[in-house]
Design a protein around this ligand. Structure first.
Ligand code: NAD
Length: 487
Protein backbone atom coordinates (compact mmCIF):
# COMPACT_ATOMS: atom_id res chain seq x y z
CA UNK A 1 0.00 0.00 0.00
CA UNK A 2 1.44 3.40 -0.93
CA UNK A 3 0.63 6.62 0.88
CA UNK A 4 -0.42 9.72 -1.08
CA UNK A 5 2.50 11.82 -2.25
CA UNK A 6 0.63 15.12 -1.99
CA UNK A 7 -0.75 16.68 1.16
CA UNK A 8 -3.63 19.05 0.36
CA UNK A 9 -5.41 21.38 2.72
CA UNK A 10 -8.97 20.51 3.66
CA UNK A 11 -11.37 23.42 4.07
CA UNK A 12 -15.14 23.32 4.36
CA UNK A 13 -15.27 19.71 3.18
CA UNK A 14 -13.06 20.23 0.09
CA UNK A 15 -9.43 19.41 -0.61
CA UNK A 16 -7.66 22.55 -1.80
CA UNK A 17 -4.18 23.42 -3.01
CA UNK A 18 -2.05 26.02 -1.30
CA UNK A 19 -0.45 29.24 -2.53
CA UNK A 20 2.87 27.41 -2.68
CA UNK A 21 4.26 23.96 -2.06
CA UNK A 22 7.29 22.54 -0.30
CA UNK A 23 8.83 19.07 -0.34
CA UNK A 24 9.17 17.08 2.83
CA UNK A 25 12.05 14.57 2.75
CA UNK A 26 12.01 10.97 3.94
CA UNK A 27 13.96 10.65 7.20
CA UNK A 28 15.01 7.16 6.05
CA UNK A 29 16.99 8.09 2.96
CA UNK A 30 16.55 11.83 2.39
CA UNK A 31 14.53 11.44 -0.81
CA UNK A 32 11.48 13.70 -1.35
CA UNK A 33 8.54 11.94 0.27
CA UNK A 34 5.58 14.33 0.21
CA UNK A 35 4.71 17.56 -1.57
CA UNK A 36 2.93 19.76 0.95
CA UNK A 37 0.50 22.54 -0.03
CA UNK A 38 1.17 25.45 2.28
CA UNK A 39 -1.87 27.44 3.40
CA UNK A 40 -1.57 31.22 3.27
CA UNK A 41 -3.53 33.57 5.56
CA UNK A 42 -6.52 33.61 3.17
CA UNK A 43 -6.89 29.85 3.31
CA UNK A 44 -6.52 29.83 7.09
CA UNK A 45 -9.25 32.47 7.19
CA UNK A 46 -11.43 30.32 4.92
CA UNK A 47 -10.89 27.34 7.26
CA UNK A 48 -11.87 29.33 10.36
CA UNK A 49 -14.91 30.70 8.50
CA UNK A 50 -15.92 27.18 7.43
CA UNK A 51 -15.60 25.97 11.02
CA UNK A 52 -17.78 28.85 12.25
CA UNK A 53 -20.37 28.10 9.57
CA UNK A 54 -20.51 24.46 10.68
CA UNK A 55 -21.04 25.56 14.29
CA UNK A 56 -23.84 27.88 13.22
CA UNK A 57 -25.43 25.04 11.23
CA UNK A 58 -26.65 21.58 12.15
CA UNK A 59 -23.41 20.67 13.96
CA UNK A 60 -24.09 23.40 16.52
CA UNK A 61 -27.32 21.69 17.58
CA UNK A 62 -26.03 18.11 17.39
CA UNK A 63 -26.70 15.92 20.43
CA UNK A 64 -24.19 13.98 22.49
CA UNK A 65 -25.60 10.68 21.24
CA UNK A 66 -25.29 11.80 17.62
CA UNK A 67 -21.69 12.83 18.22
CA UNK A 68 -20.69 9.67 20.08
CA UNK A 69 -22.11 7.56 17.24
CA UNK A 70 -20.11 9.67 14.80
CA UNK A 71 -16.89 9.28 16.80
CA UNK A 72 -17.33 5.51 16.83
CA UNK A 73 -17.82 5.54 13.06
CA UNK A 74 -14.59 7.55 12.67
CA UNK A 75 -12.78 4.88 14.74
CA UNK A 76 -14.28 2.15 12.55
CA UNK A 77 -13.17 3.96 9.37
CA UNK A 78 -9.61 4.40 10.70
CA UNK A 79 -9.49 0.66 11.28
CA UNK A 80 -10.98 -0.03 7.85
CA UNK A 81 -8.14 2.02 6.29
CA UNK A 82 -5.54 0.94 8.86
CA UNK A 83 -2.85 0.02 6.31
CA UNK A 84 -3.16 3.35 4.52
CA UNK A 85 -2.67 5.23 7.79
CA UNK A 86 0.32 3.04 8.61
CA UNK A 87 1.87 3.67 5.19
CA UNK A 88 1.33 7.43 5.44
CA UNK A 89 2.77 7.67 8.96
CA UNK A 90 5.76 5.50 8.07
CA UNK A 91 6.48 7.55 4.98
CA UNK A 92 6.48 10.82 6.94
CA UNK A 93 8.36 9.65 10.04
CA UNK A 94 10.52 6.68 9.02
CA UNK A 95 9.40 4.84 12.17
CA UNK A 96 9.44 1.03 12.25
CA UNK A 97 6.18 -0.18 10.74
CA UNK A 98 5.58 -2.50 13.70
CA UNK A 99 5.65 0.47 16.07
CA UNK A 100 3.23 2.49 13.93
CA UNK A 101 0.82 -0.45 13.85
CA UNK A 102 0.98 -1.11 17.58
CA UNK A 103 1.10 2.44 18.85
CA UNK A 104 0.24 5.28 16.49
CA UNK A 105 -2.66 4.07 14.38
CA UNK A 106 -4.15 1.74 16.99
CA UNK A 107 -4.21 4.61 19.51
CA UNK A 108 -5.87 6.93 16.99
CA UNK A 109 -8.93 4.67 16.76
CA UNK A 110 -8.83 4.18 20.52
CA UNK A 111 -8.81 7.96 21.10
CA UNK A 112 -12.13 8.33 19.26
CA UNK A 113 -13.77 5.44 21.14
CA UNK A 114 -12.43 6.52 24.52
CA UNK A 115 -13.74 10.08 24.20
CA UNK A 116 -17.08 8.82 22.88
CA UNK A 117 -17.37 6.76 26.09
CA UNK A 118 -16.21 9.64 28.30
CA UNK A 119 -18.51 12.29 26.90
CA UNK A 120 -21.47 9.92 27.12
CA UNK A 121 -20.75 9.31 30.81
CA UNK A 122 -19.94 12.87 31.88
CA UNK A 123 -22.57 15.24 33.26
CA UNK A 124 -22.40 18.82 34.47
CA UNK A 125 -22.86 20.20 37.99
CA UNK A 126 -26.31 20.72 39.47
CA UNK A 127 -27.08 22.07 42.96
CA UNK A 128 -30.25 22.49 44.89
CA UNK A 129 -29.42 25.70 46.76
CA UNK A 130 -30.99 26.53 50.13
CA UNK A 131 -31.76 30.25 50.46
CA UNK A 132 -31.81 31.99 53.89
CA UNK A 133 -35.58 32.65 53.68
CA UNK A 134 -36.34 28.95 53.29
CA UNK A 135 -36.90 28.99 49.54
CA UNK A 136 -34.73 27.00 47.17
CA UNK A 137 -33.06 27.52 43.81
CA UNK A 138 -31.97 24.99 41.27
CA UNK A 139 -28.56 25.62 39.70
CA UNK A 140 -27.58 23.53 36.75
CA UNK A 141 -24.83 23.94 34.20
CA UNK A 142 -25.24 23.31 30.49
CA UNK A 143 -22.21 22.18 28.47
CA UNK A 144 -21.61 24.24 25.34
CA UNK A 145 -18.73 23.85 22.94
CA UNK A 146 -15.78 26.22 23.22
CA UNK A 147 -16.29 27.09 19.54
CA UNK A 148 -13.68 27.10 16.78
CA UNK A 149 -10.62 25.33 18.18
CA UNK A 150 -7.15 25.54 16.66
CA UNK A 151 -5.30 22.24 17.04
CA UNK A 152 -1.53 22.50 16.51
CA UNK A 153 0.53 19.34 16.82
CA UNK A 154 4.14 18.11 16.43
CA UNK A 155 5.76 15.40 14.34
CA UNK A 156 6.76 12.76 16.87
CA UNK A 157 3.40 10.96 17.23
CA UNK A 158 1.48 12.77 14.49
CA UNK A 159 -1.83 10.91 14.24
CA UNK A 160 -1.90 9.84 17.88
CA UNK A 161 -1.47 13.37 19.23
CA UNK A 162 -3.79 14.91 16.65
CA UNK A 163 -6.65 12.54 17.43
CA UNK A 164 -5.98 12.93 21.18
CA UNK A 165 -7.22 16.52 20.70
CA UNK A 166 -9.64 16.23 17.77
CA UNK A 167 -11.68 13.40 19.35
CA UNK A 168 -12.61 15.26 22.58
CA UNK A 169 -13.06 18.54 20.67
CA UNK A 170 -15.62 16.92 18.38
CA UNK A 171 -17.18 14.97 21.25
CA UNK A 172 -17.95 18.33 22.88
CA UNK A 173 -19.42 19.77 19.66
CA UNK A 174 -16.56 22.04 18.57
CA UNK A 175 -15.34 22.60 15.03
CA UNK A 176 -11.58 22.37 14.53
CA UNK A 177 -8.89 23.78 12.29
CA UNK A 178 -5.85 21.54 12.62
CA UNK A 179 -2.30 22.41 11.69
CA UNK A 180 -0.14 19.31 11.57
CA UNK A 181 3.62 19.60 11.66
CA UNK A 182 5.28 20.53 8.39
CA UNK A 183 7.27 17.29 8.84
CA UNK A 184 4.22 15.01 9.08
CA UNK A 185 1.31 16.26 6.98
CA UNK A 186 -0.08 12.99 5.62
CA UNK A 187 -2.18 11.29 8.29
CA UNK A 188 -4.08 14.49 9.19
CA UNK A 189 -4.97 14.77 5.50
CA UNK A 190 -6.06 11.15 5.28
CA UNK A 191 -8.18 11.66 8.38
CA UNK A 192 -10.17 14.30 6.46
CA UNK A 193 -11.29 11.56 4.04
CA UNK A 194 -12.26 9.34 6.95
CA UNK A 195 -14.24 12.15 8.60
CA UNK A 196 -16.30 12.58 5.42
CA UNK A 197 -16.84 8.81 5.15
CA UNK A 198 -18.08 8.71 8.74
CA UNK A 199 -20.55 11.53 8.08
CA UNK A 200 -18.84 14.42 9.90
CA UNK A 201 -20.44 17.56 8.42
CA UNK A 202 -18.37 19.80 6.13
CA UNK A 203 -16.39 22.43 8.01
CA UNK A 204 -16.21 20.53 11.30
CA UNK A 205 -12.72 19.18 10.58
CA UNK A 206 -10.42 21.45 8.56
CA UNK A 207 -6.71 20.99 7.85
CA UNK A 208 -4.23 23.74 7.01
CA UNK A 209 -0.64 22.89 6.22
CA UNK A 210 2.51 24.89 6.72
CA UNK A 211 5.09 26.06 9.21
CA UNK A 212 4.77 28.07 12.42
CA UNK A 213 6.08 31.66 12.33
CA UNK A 214 5.11 33.58 9.16
CA UNK A 215 3.01 30.65 7.96
CA UNK A 216 -0.19 28.74 8.70
CA UNK A 217 0.62 28.31 12.43
CA UNK A 218 0.94 32.01 13.10
CA UNK A 219 -2.04 32.88 10.86
CA UNK A 220 -4.16 30.47 12.88
CA UNK A 221 -3.12 31.53 16.38
CA UNK A 222 -3.57 35.24 15.57
CA UNK A 223 -6.93 34.75 13.82
CA UNK A 224 -9.71 36.59 15.70
CA UNK A 225 -12.22 33.85 14.90
CA UNK A 226 -10.35 31.19 16.90
CA UNK A 227 -11.93 30.59 20.33
CA UNK A 228 -9.14 28.50 21.86
CA UNK A 229 -5.82 26.85 21.02
CA UNK A 230 -4.77 23.36 21.98
CA UNK A 231 -1.10 22.79 21.28
CA UNK A 232 1.52 20.08 21.68
CA UNK A 233 5.13 20.93 20.97
CA UNK A 234 8.17 22.73 22.29
CA UNK A 235 7.94 24.93 25.36
CA UNK A 236 9.35 27.92 23.44
CA UNK A 237 6.61 27.53 20.81
CA UNK A 238 4.00 27.37 23.56
CA UNK A 239 5.31 30.65 24.87
CA UNK A 240 5.05 32.23 21.37
CA UNK A 241 1.47 30.95 20.97
CA UNK A 242 0.54 32.32 24.38
CA UNK A 243 1.75 35.75 23.28
CA UNK A 244 -0.19 35.41 20.00
CA UNK A 245 -3.52 34.72 21.74
CA UNK A 246 -2.97 37.06 24.71
CA UNK A 247 -4.48 40.20 23.10
CA UNK A 248 -7.77 38.34 22.58
CA UNK A 249 -7.62 36.47 25.94
CA UNK A 250 -8.26 33.00 24.50
CA UNK A 251 -7.83 29.78 26.52
CA UNK A 252 -4.91 27.50 25.77
CA UNK A 253 -4.12 23.90 26.58
CA UNK A 254 -0.41 23.16 26.29
CA UNK A 255 1.42 19.84 26.29
CA UNK A 256 5.06 20.87 26.04
CA UNK A 257 8.60 19.59 26.37
CA UNK A 258 10.16 17.44 29.07
CA UNK A 259 13.47 16.42 30.61
CA UNK A 260 12.11 13.38 32.33
CA UNK A 261 13.83 11.50 35.13
CA UNK A 262 13.90 7.84 36.11
CA UNK A 263 14.86 7.06 39.69
CA UNK A 264 16.28 3.56 40.15
CA UNK A 265 16.75 2.13 43.64
CA UNK A 266 19.25 -0.66 44.36
CA UNK A 267 16.45 -3.07 45.38
CA UNK A 268 14.87 -3.00 41.91
CA UNK A 269 14.41 -6.03 39.67
CA UNK A 270 17.41 -5.38 37.43
CA UNK A 271 16.26 -7.20 34.28
CA UNK A 272 12.80 -5.66 34.35
CA UNK A 273 14.25 -2.22 34.99
CA UNK A 274 16.78 -2.48 32.17
CA UNK A 275 14.02 -3.55 29.79
CA UNK A 276 11.79 -0.70 30.98
CA UNK A 277 14.53 1.90 30.74
CA UNK A 278 15.60 0.69 27.33
CA UNK A 279 12.05 1.46 26.16
CA UNK A 280 11.77 4.77 27.98
CA UNK A 281 15.10 6.06 26.65
CA UNK A 282 15.09 4.64 23.12
CA UNK A 283 11.47 4.09 21.98
CA UNK A 284 10.68 6.10 18.84
CA UNK A 285 14.38 7.08 18.75
CA UNK A 286 13.87 9.03 21.98
CA UNK A 287 11.33 11.28 20.29
CA UNK A 288 8.54 10.90 22.84
CA UNK A 289 7.74 13.80 25.15
CA UNK A 290 7.71 11.26 28.01
CA UNK A 291 11.13 9.78 27.14
CA UNK A 292 13.66 9.43 29.94
CA UNK A 293 16.80 11.55 29.45
CA UNK A 294 18.01 11.51 33.09
CA UNK A 295 18.53 8.23 34.95
CA UNK A 296 19.37 8.56 38.66
CA UNK A 297 20.72 5.26 40.02
CA UNK A 298 21.38 4.27 43.63
CA UNK A 299 25.13 3.90 43.83
CA UNK A 300 25.44 0.14 44.67
CA UNK A 301 23.52 -0.70 41.46
CA UNK A 302 25.15 1.90 39.23
CA UNK A 303 27.70 -0.28 37.39
CA UNK A 304 25.33 -3.21 36.87
CA UNK A 305 22.54 -0.98 35.58
CA UNK A 306 24.93 0.86 33.25
CA UNK A 307 26.24 -2.46 31.90
CA UNK A 308 22.69 -3.74 31.41
CA UNK A 309 21.62 -0.62 29.53
CA UNK A 310 24.69 -0.67 27.30
CA UNK A 311 23.92 -4.29 26.44
CA UNK A 312 20.29 -3.38 25.71
CA UNK A 313 21.38 -0.48 23.48
CA UNK A 314 23.63 -2.92 21.60
CA UNK A 315 20.61 -5.04 20.74
CA UNK A 316 18.73 -2.19 19.04
CA UNK A 317 18.52 -2.56 15.28
CA UNK A 318 18.53 0.59 13.19
CA UNK A 319 17.05 0.00 9.77
CA UNK A 320 14.34 0.34 7.21
CA UNK A 321 10.76 0.67 8.52
CA UNK A 322 9.49 -2.40 6.67
CA UNK A 323 12.17 -4.73 8.08
CA UNK A 324 10.51 -6.62 10.96
CA UNK A 325 13.87 -6.80 12.75
CA UNK A 326 14.11 -2.99 12.93
CA UNK A 327 13.61 -1.59 16.42
CA UNK A 328 14.77 1.96 15.85
CA UNK A 329 14.13 4.45 13.07
CA UNK A 330 15.90 7.68 12.16
CA UNK A 331 15.34 11.09 13.72
CA UNK A 332 12.63 13.09 11.98
CA UNK A 333 14.88 15.35 9.87
CA UNK A 334 18.43 16.52 9.22
CA UNK A 335 17.60 19.73 11.05
CA UNK A 336 16.63 17.79 14.16
CA UNK A 337 19.68 15.52 13.81
CA UNK A 338 21.92 18.59 13.79
CA UNK A 339 20.35 19.63 17.08
CA UNK A 340 20.82 16.17 18.61
CA UNK A 341 24.41 15.97 17.29
CA UNK A 342 25.23 19.30 18.84
CA UNK A 343 24.22 17.82 22.21
CA UNK A 344 26.37 14.73 21.58
CA UNK A 345 29.35 17.07 21.05
CA UNK A 346 28.37 19.24 24.00
CA UNK A 347 28.21 16.20 26.33
CA UNK A 348 31.86 15.42 25.58
CA UNK A 349 32.83 19.08 26.06
CA UNK A 350 31.01 18.99 29.40
CA UNK A 351 33.11 16.01 30.51
CA UNK A 352 30.78 13.10 29.80
CA UNK A 353 32.07 9.57 29.36
CA UNK A 354 30.29 8.02 26.38
CA UNK A 355 29.25 4.47 27.34
CA UNK A 356 27.78 3.71 23.95
CA UNK A 357 26.90 5.58 20.75
CA UNK A 358 27.82 9.22 20.47
CA UNK A 359 27.67 9.77 16.73
CA UNK A 360 26.14 9.09 13.34
CA UNK A 361 26.06 5.40 12.33
CA UNK A 362 27.16 4.08 8.95
CA UNK A 363 24.19 2.06 7.70
CA UNK A 364 25.39 1.69 4.13
CA UNK A 365 24.81 3.70 0.97
CA UNK A 366 21.04 3.11 0.78
CA UNK A 367 20.43 4.89 4.06
CA UNK A 368 23.27 7.41 3.93
CA UNK A 369 20.88 10.27 3.09
CA UNK A 370 18.70 9.59 6.15
CA UNK A 371 18.83 11.35 9.50
CA UNK A 372 20.18 8.46 11.56
CA UNK A 373 21.78 8.75 14.98
CA UNK A 374 23.31 6.28 17.42
CA UNK A 375 21.52 5.49 20.69
CA UNK A 376 23.77 7.11 23.29
CA UNK A 377 24.40 6.79 27.03
CA UNK A 378 26.57 9.07 29.15
CA UNK A 379 28.06 9.02 32.63
CA UNK A 380 30.29 11.60 34.30
CA UNK A 381 27.91 14.57 34.05
CA UNK A 382 25.71 15.99 36.80
CA UNK A 383 22.74 18.34 37.09
CA UNK A 384 24.88 21.36 36.26
CA UNK A 385 25.54 20.12 32.69
CA UNK A 386 23.40 21.55 29.88
CA UNK A 387 22.91 18.02 28.49
CA UNK A 388 21.25 17.14 31.80
CA UNK A 389 19.14 20.31 31.91
CA UNK A 390 17.98 20.84 28.30
CA UNK A 391 15.61 18.65 26.30
CA UNK A 392 17.52 16.82 23.54
CA UNK A 393 14.56 14.83 22.14
CA UNK A 394 16.74 12.00 20.88
CA UNK A 395 17.82 8.49 21.98
CA UNK A 396 20.09 9.74 24.76
CA UNK A 397 20.31 9.56 28.54
CA UNK A 398 22.73 10.55 31.28
CA UNK A 399 23.27 8.07 34.14
CA UNK A 400 23.89 9.82 37.48
CA UNK A 401 24.46 8.13 40.88
CA UNK A 402 22.68 9.02 44.15
CA UNK A 403 23.11 7.92 47.76
CA UNK A 404 19.74 8.53 49.46
CA UNK A 405 16.04 8.79 48.66
CA UNK A 406 16.07 12.45 49.65
CA UNK A 407 18.93 13.15 47.23
CA UNK A 408 17.20 11.24 44.42
CA UNK A 409 14.00 13.28 44.80
CA UNK A 410 15.95 16.54 44.95
CA UNK A 411 17.97 15.72 41.81
CA UNK A 412 14.94 14.51 39.85
CA UNK A 413 12.98 17.66 40.73
CA UNK A 414 15.91 19.95 39.92
CA UNK A 415 14.59 20.92 36.47
CA UNK A 416 12.57 23.67 34.81
CA UNK A 417 10.40 21.00 33.17
CA UNK A 418 7.86 18.75 34.90
CA UNK A 419 6.22 16.31 32.55
CA UNK A 420 6.85 12.72 33.67
CA UNK A 421 8.95 10.52 35.96
CA UNK A 422 9.42 6.81 36.60
CA UNK A 423 10.47 5.14 39.86
CA UNK A 424 11.97 1.67 39.85
CA UNK A 425 11.96 -0.21 43.19
CA UNK A 426 10.70 -3.42 44.82
CA UNK A 427 9.69 -1.38 47.89
CA UNK A 428 6.19 -0.29 46.96
CA UNK A 429 5.84 2.00 49.96
CA UNK A 430 8.83 3.93 48.75
CA UNK A 431 7.56 3.71 45.18
CA UNK A 432 4.34 5.52 46.10
CA UNK A 433 6.20 8.05 48.24
CA UNK A 434 8.77 8.98 45.62
CA UNK A 435 6.25 8.94 42.75
CA UNK A 436 4.12 11.45 44.62
CA UNK A 437 7.12 13.61 45.49
CA UNK A 438 7.95 14.12 41.82
CA UNK A 439 7.00 17.63 40.58
CA UNK A 440 5.46 16.30 37.37
CA UNK A 441 2.12 15.66 35.71
CA UNK A 442 2.64 11.88 35.49
CA UNK A 443 4.65 9.48 37.65
CA UNK A 444 5.06 5.78 36.96
CA UNK A 445 6.21 3.04 39.35
CA UNK A 446 7.94 0.02 37.79
CA UNK A 447 6.62 0.86 34.34
CA UNK A 448 6.58 3.66 31.78
CA UNK A 449 4.10 4.98 29.21
CA UNK A 450 1.32 2.76 30.50
CA UNK A 451 -1.72 4.94 29.88
CA UNK A 452 -5.36 4.88 30.84
CA UNK A 453 -6.89 7.48 28.53
CA UNK A 454 -9.29 8.60 31.27
CA UNK A 455 -6.45 9.72 33.55
CA UNK A 456 -5.00 13.27 33.52
CA UNK A 457 -2.14 13.97 31.13
CA UNK A 458 -0.05 17.12 31.18
CA UNK A 459 2.89 18.79 32.84
CA UNK A 460 4.16 21.21 35.46
CA UNK A 461 6.60 24.07 34.93
CA UNK A 462 7.83 24.44 31.34
CA UNK A 463 6.03 21.20 30.43
CA UNK A 464 2.60 22.68 29.98
CA UNK A 465 -0.63 24.28 31.06
CA UNK A 466 -3.74 22.30 31.91
CA UNK A 467 -4.50 18.61 31.75
CA UNK A 468 -6.01 16.53 28.97
CA UNK A 469 -7.42 12.99 29.07
CA UNK A 470 -10.91 11.82 30.02
CA UNK A 471 -13.04 14.51 31.65
CA UNK A 472 -9.98 16.80 31.87
CA UNK A 473 -10.10 17.18 28.08
CA UNK A 474 -13.83 17.80 28.20
CA UNK A 475 -13.25 20.70 30.59
CA UNK A 476 -11.03 22.45 28.09
CA UNK A 477 -13.28 21.90 25.08
CA UNK A 478 -16.46 22.94 26.93
CA UNK A 479 -17.89 26.32 27.88
CA UNK A 480 -20.35 25.72 30.75
CA UNK A 481 -23.35 28.01 31.12
CA UNK A 482 -24.96 28.01 34.56
CA UNK A 483 -28.72 28.41 34.82
CA UNK A 484 -30.20 29.40 38.18
CA UNK A 485 -33.96 28.89 38.65
CA UNK A 486 -35.63 30.16 41.79
CA UNK A 487 -38.15 27.54 42.87
P1 NAD B 1 7.42 22.59 17.66
O1 NAD B 1 6.99 23.41 18.82
O2 NAD B 1 8.60 23.05 16.88
O3 NAD B 1 6.23 22.48 16.59
C1 NAD B 1 4.96 21.96 16.97
C2 NAD B 1 3.91 22.53 16.04
O4 NAD B 1 3.82 23.94 16.24
C3 NAD B 1 4.20 22.34 14.56
O5 NAD B 1 2.99 22.08 13.89
C4 NAD B 1 4.76 23.70 14.15
O6 NAD B 1 4.60 24.00 12.79
C5 NAD B 1 3.93 24.62 15.00
N1 NAD B 1 4.53 25.93 15.30
C6 NAD B 1 5.83 26.23 15.47
N2 NAD B 1 5.98 27.54 15.78
C7 NAD B 1 4.72 28.08 15.81
C8 NAD B 1 4.22 29.38 16.06
N3 NAD B 1 5.02 30.40 16.36
N4 NAD B 1 2.89 29.58 15.99
C9 NAD B 1 2.05 28.56 15.71
N5 NAD B 1 2.47 27.29 15.44
C10 NAD B 1 3.81 27.06 15.51
O7 NAD B 1 7.62 21.13 18.21
P2 NAD B 1 8.15 19.85 17.40
O8 NAD B 1 9.61 20.02 17.14
O9 NAD B 1 7.25 19.60 16.27
O10 NAD B 1 7.91 18.70 18.47
C11 NAD B 1 8.82 18.34 19.46
C12 NAD B 1 8.45 18.96 20.79
O11 NAD B 1 7.13 18.58 21.17
C13 NAD B 1 9.34 18.49 21.94
O12 NAD B 1 9.66 19.60 22.74
C14 NAD B 1 8.45 17.53 22.71
O13 NAD B 1 8.77 17.36 24.07
C15 NAD B 1 7.12 18.17 22.53
N6 NAD B 1 6.03 17.21 22.76
C16 NAD B 1 5.29 17.30 23.92
C17 NAD B 1 4.28 16.39 24.17
C18 NAD B 1 3.46 16.45 25.43
O14 NAD B 1 2.43 15.78 25.47
N7 NAD B 1 3.86 17.18 26.44
C19 NAD B 1 4.03 15.36 23.25
C20 NAD B 1 4.81 15.31 22.09
C21 NAD B 1 5.80 16.23 21.86
Amino acid sequence: MTAPTEALNHVGGKFVTGLSTFDKASPVDGRPAVTVHEAGPELVDAAVTAARKALNGSWGSSTVSERTALLRRVADRIEARFDEFVAAEVRDTGKPETLVRELDVARAAMNFRSFADTVAATGMDSFLTDLTDGRQALNYAVAKPLGVVAVIVPWNLPLLLLTWKVAPALACGNAVVVKPSEETPSTATLLAEVMAEAGVPDGVYNVVHGFGPGSAGEALTTHPGVDGVTFTGESATGSAIMRAVAPRVRPVSFELGGKNAAVVFADTDLDRTVAGLSRSVFLNTGQVCLSTERVYVERPLFDDLAAGLVEAAGKLRLGRPDDPATTTGPLISHKHREKVRSYLDLAVEEGATVLTGGGVPDLGPGLAGGSWIEPTLWTGVDNTARVVREEVFGPVAALIPFDSEEEAVRLANDTDYGLAAAVWTQNLERGHRVAQAMRVGMSWVNTWYLRDLRSPFGGAGLSGIGREGGRHSLHFYTQPTNVCVQL
